[in-house]
Write a protein that binds this ligand. Structure first.
Ligand code: XMP
Length: 371
């Protein structure tokens, strides 16, 4: 429902104006619903099917017009990460321009365990989209060497990502458009030209970090949607449930979950711990109930004991949050036995980790990610 969607945008925008308005007004939704549907008489006509039809039509028109004006082939590159946002973007683009789309999947070496393989298989098999796979792991690790500042990590991951894209585009000949799965919360929080009023909270590389010289025009069909709406659209497009329900994952990936310097070894430790968190949440049947759940590798080491030996090893934090749209979030009240299994498995199965802590902070004032 378009009107319902607008209500959420209004609530979100009022949240964004400052701390005083950062918790929703009591009965905010009712008040706004009455105003939008009752007083102003707007009609709730937004549906995933309408959105798909209009968006596909609009993309096709835009790409075709540009191609006619410039005499190009109207080629589009789509940034694929395997998450719901980029998969929905790819499917919309594929519907709109068919063979003119090439989906580029960059493995930045900052993905979760098994993600690159699963993504390649799911996207090629399920979406029927031509995928160009680029393994740029060494390049991203080199760009991150010695960097500990979170915003600097984002900038470097973002810049490297764009470089790799430009090279992939070069191999494909002339490319007009780059499609990205940017969502509305990213737009607000990065305070791009479309939303100057918002304070800069974090630079989300897929919005704020694009270098000036970027040659591509951007297509961002999900720019005004929240995550739950993207999922509805994904289901309406016929995407598989497991892809549509994948938890959100930040563009800079595990780089912002390894606190401090990112190295291949620390990424390996984090991946192993994160895999356990995901497995245990899934086997407890909580995967769809928790907005995001993951491990963070802290820069701390603590003393422990294993057998007769004293250890001095890494501390892993577990983060799980409940949220509706990531603008605000509360720490998830995971059952103690699930936490116990996660902790037990991590300290026993992940070399170099002897302690697990659970993050009980809400957003605001904390953020979902640690960096
Ligand atoms: P925070 O940590 O700001 O996260 O509460 C809100 C949502 O955004 C995701 N996130 C990012 N997504 N690039 C992204 O594409 C980023 O740099 C980034 N930082 C955070 C985060 O996982 C959560 O879903």
């Amino acid at each position: 429902m378009k009107a319902e969607r607008s209500l959420k945008s209004l609530c979100a925008r009022s949240w964004n104006r400052g701390p005083a308005a950062s918790t929703y007004t009591p009965r905010c939704r009712d008040i706004l619903r009455n105003f939008v549907l009752g007083i102003s008489g707007a009609r709730p006509t937004w549906t995933p099917a309408n959105f798909i039809e209009q968006t596909v039509e609009e993309i096709r028109r835009r790409v075709d017009e540009h191609a006619r004006a410039t005499g190009s082939d109207g080629k589009v590159i789509c940034a694929l990460s395997g998450g719901v946002d980029s998969s929905v973007t790819a499917t919309l683009l594929h519907r709109a321009v068919g063979e003119q789309l090439t989906a580029v999947f960059v493995n930045n070496g900052l993905l979760r365990h098994g993600e690159a393989e699963e993504t390649l298989e799911a996207l090629q098999a399920n979406l029927g989209v031509k995928v160009e796979y680029v393994d740029a792991t060494p390049r991203f690790l080199a760009a991150l060497k010695g960097v500990t500042d979170p915003e600097e990590k984002r900038r470097r991951v973002g810049a490297t990502f764009i470089e790799v894209f430009e090279e992939a585009a070069g191999r494909l000949g002339e490319v007009d458009y780059l499609a990205q799965g940017t969502l509305y919360p990213d737009v607000i929080e990065s305070a791009t030209s479309a939303s100057k009023a918002a304070a800069r909270i974090k630079t989300h590389h897929n919005v704020g970090g694009l270098p000036e010289h970027l040659r591509f025009r951007l297509v961002e069909p999900l720019r005004y949607l929240f995550k739950d709406e993207v999922r509805q659209v994904g289901l309406a497009l016929g995407l598989p449930e497991e892809m549509v329900w994948r938890q959100p994952f930040p563009g800079p990936g595990l780089a912002v979950r390894v606190i401090g310097e990112v190295t291949a070894e620390r990424l390996e430790t984090l991946r192993a711990a994160d895999r356990i968190v995901r497995e245990e949440i899934a086997s407890a049947g909580l995967a769809r109930k928790v907005w995001q759940y993951f491990a963070v590798l802290t820069p701390l080491r603590s003393v422990g004991v294993m057998g007769d030996q004293r250890t001095y090893a890494d501390v892993v934090a577990v983060r799980a949050v409940a949220a509706e749209d990531a603008m605000t979030a509360d720490w998830a009240r995971l059952p103690y036995d699930v936490l116990a299994r996660i902790s037990h498995r991590i300290v026993n199965e992940v070399p170099g980790v002897n302690r697990v802590v659970y993050d009980v902070s809400s957003k605001p004032p904390a953020t979902i990610e640690w960096e």
